[in-house]
Ligand binder design. Structure first.
Ligand code: ADP
Ligand code: MG
Ligand code: ZN
Length: 639
């Protein structure tokens, strides 16, 4: 980035310099009034002329009142005019006369523009050459690895104690730590130590962190380089960087080389654009060569991280290369609690914060999310000028991390607020009415991120698998928002866009990936690998057009069924739906307990609600909704 900017500014500077140069060295363009020869002669004779500059017949003269004029003396009359009119006057009146021929600029001044341009061009050329040599600021940094080194005594270093959870993973890496601490012991014993360890897991699960901890634990240098650092525009640079990296590592053994995001170089060969021996493949080949090249016991361990093991070149995973794979997954409740503990260690938290409860409410959060959560909570507390982080900060931060910051300043019309309240209440009521769904934790109509509102659930238990009925129920809840809009307002909005997208994707997955459709059966119709230009271009689906049509039909049937189910639920619970929407309009956010009370009819409707619903008026409701309420004998709600 920095380089890009300095490149642009260099261009600008060049242009400015050239302009300045041209301005400086070209004769000033002045317009001197042209007069005829008679006026010139008269002026001279009248002793009105101070100075004359001439270049053969071209005469420029300056009068005593500091005005310049230009005239041309006719060729034939030149000598005559001079002799008869001017020479005497010049002498008498002491006029200064200069010939331009005498005043000619010295040669070196004439050369300045040329030299100047030459210097600029050489500079420019030098700059271009530098750029093309692989981005180093010096020409000779060409091909040098850009690895960062974390020394064992670095104060940013982490050890296993800083890594919460991941017990088995740490256990597995312990062996590597022991080896790095005392390679000799292992060598003497003739033990074969893995050369490479590949960490696989979703982003933010702590792959980089864990690798650092291995180095910190073993107290050895840690060479970090990211896969994308190898890949440059110019052929050969990546390979030479790999060579350089391994060379410096060997000099510093025992040590760890860590290649982050190795998929940038380690993709399957033959899959890239152009298909041939491109730069990335050369780099990968060099990496394979280097890993084969040093023996097991040189004390260098290569670690690498990726979240896409499936796209790595199989050659990387062969014995003698990355022969050990450690999976780093998302943490479970206990691990989340431990991670929260680590990241609240040097934060001032109030006593009412129970990390266990936060951990329970954050399923699916990665360690990076949790760290972010605690940090956001601290920021929110600071903004409130509170000395301690309170539970409410953590709760707000948790919603913020999931759905973006609250946008209280966004202008929302009353109509939009009503629509959002009914939509979110629709999700909550449908989900609450279905058996086996996660309880509603919070409903809010404060706009966040792209969404107008937000409904959060808390999964009771950690789940690794979802059953078909759970997935079906989720489909129904997802459509609850849209159904509520349609039922209550007789019109639907774009607010359900994201819900419908998610529901469709989910139904499609259920049919194609999980074999959960009755009409198609347990067949996986996945599209398989990512399609790379070059390799898979033109590869067709693994199923026929007829099957594709069947899949589409199944998906749409499932979505329509779910829609009908949601409609049935909301029709039966119309009064509850309106009540929840109404309280939402009043309070903007409803928490779990309150929602439970409203839903089970325990909640005393607040004073201004005693005459029924004060936010949602009778005339807001569609005829259908009014009919349902009337038929239920629940007309008291809107009387
Ligand atoms: P990845 O490389 O898998 O994308 P990182 O290693 O960058 O993830 O982890 C992101 C952040 O999450 C780290 O900076 C660290 O603070 C935190 N973190 C990750 N794993 C743990 C853990 N096991 N215990 C505590 N904090 C963790
Ligand atoms: Mg990482
Ligand atoms: Zn929705």
């Amino acid at each position: 980035m920095k380089k890009r900017i300095s490149g642009v500014s260099l261009y600008l500077m060049l242009i400015v310099l050239v302009l300045v140069g041209l301005k400086f060295f070209s004769p000033p363009v002045e317009t001197i009034p042209e007069v005829d020869i008679t006026q010139f002669i008269n002026s001279v004779k009248a002793n009105d002329v101070k100075e004359i500059v001439y270049d053969s017949r071209e005469v420029t003269y300056q009068t005593k009142d500091d005005k310049s004029y230009h005239t041309v003396i006719p060729q034939e009359a030149r000598v005559y005019i001079y002799d008869n009119y001017i020479s005497k006057a010049i002498e008498e009146n002491n006029i200064k006369v200069t010939s331009l021929k005498d005043k000619e600029t010295p040669f070196y001044i004439e050369w300045i523009p040329t030299v100047f341009m030459l210097v600029i061009f050489i500079g420019f050329w030098y700059y271009i050459m530098n750029q093309s040599q692989g981005g180093g600021s010096k020409m000779n940094s060409f091909g040098k690895s850009k690895a960062r080194v974390l020394k064992p005594d670095d104060k940013n270093h982490v050890t296993f104690d800083d890594v919460a959870g991941l017990k088995e993973e740490k256990e597995e890496l312990k062996e590597i730590v022991d080896f790095l601490k005392n390679p000799k012991k292992f060598i003497d014993m003739g033990a074969r130590i893995p050369k490479g360890v590949l960490l696989v897991g979703p982003p933010g699960t702590g792959k980089t962190y864990l690798s650092k901890a291995v180095a910190g634990e073993a107290k050895v240098p840690f060479f970090i380089m990211s896969g994308s650092d190898f890949v440059e525009m110019f052929v050969g640079v990546g390979a030479s960087r790999v060579r350089d990296l391994f060379e410096s590592a060997k000099k510093n053994s025992p040590c760890i080389i860590f290649i982050d995001e190795i998929d940038a170089v380690g993709r399957k060969r033959g899959a890239g654009l152009g298909g041939g021996h491109d730069e990335r493949e050369q780099t990968l080949n060099q990496l394979l060569v280097e890993m084969d090249g040093f023996s097991n016991n040189e004390g260098v361990i290569v670690m690498a991280a990726t979240n896409r093991q499936d796209i790595l070149d199989p050659a990387l995973l062969r014995p003698g290369r990355f022969d050990r794979t450690v999976f780093v997954g998302k943490p479970d409740v206990a691990e989340r609690e431990a991670i929260l503990k680590i990241h609240s260690k040097n934060k001032k938290t109030s006593d009412d914060i129970v990390l266990k409860n936060i951990a329970k409410k954050t399923p699916g959060f990665t360690p990076a999310d949790l760290e972010n959560l605690m940090n956001e909570a601290a920021l929110l507390a600071a903004r409130r000028n509170s000395p301690l982080i309170e539970m409410e900060d953590v709760e707000e931060a948790s919603i913020k991390v999931q759905a973006g910051p609250a946008k209280r300043s966004r202008v929302v019309t009353e109509k939009e607020r009503k629509l959002t309240a009914i939509h979110e209440a629709g999700h909550a009521v449908v989900s609450r009415s279905l058996p086996g769904t996660d309880p509603v934790d919070l409903i809010t109509i404060i706009p966040r991120g792209m969404a107008g509102g937000f409904t959060a659930y808390i999964p009771e238990d950690e789940v690794n698998f979802m059953t078909k009925s759970q997935l079906e129920n989720e489909l129904v809840s997802l459509l609850g928002g849209r159904v509520a809009e349609a039922l209550v307002l007789e019109d639907i909005s774009t607010g359900a866009h994201n819900d419908i997208q998610r529901a469709t994707a989910m139904a499609r997955e259920m049919v194609k990936e999980y074999g959960m459709s009755d009409n198609i059966g347990p067949i996986n119709y996945g599209d398989g690998d990512e399609v790379f230009i070059g390799k898979d271009l033109g590869r067709s689906k693994s199923y026929s057009e007829k099957t594709a049509a069947q899949i589409d039909e199944e998906v749409s049937r499932m979505l329509n069924d779910s829609y009908d189910k949601a409609k049935k639920i909301l029709t039966e619970n119309m009064v509850k739906l309106i009540k929840v929407s109404d309280v939402l309009l009043e309070k903007e956010t409803i928490k779990r307990d309150e929602f439970e009370r409203i839903f089970s009819g325990q909640e005393e409707i607040s004073k201004d609600h005693q005459d029924g619903s004060s936010y949602i008026k009778d005339e807001d409701l569609s005829k259908e909704a009014r009919d349902i309420i009337d038929k239920d004998g629940q007309s008291d709600l809107t009387k």
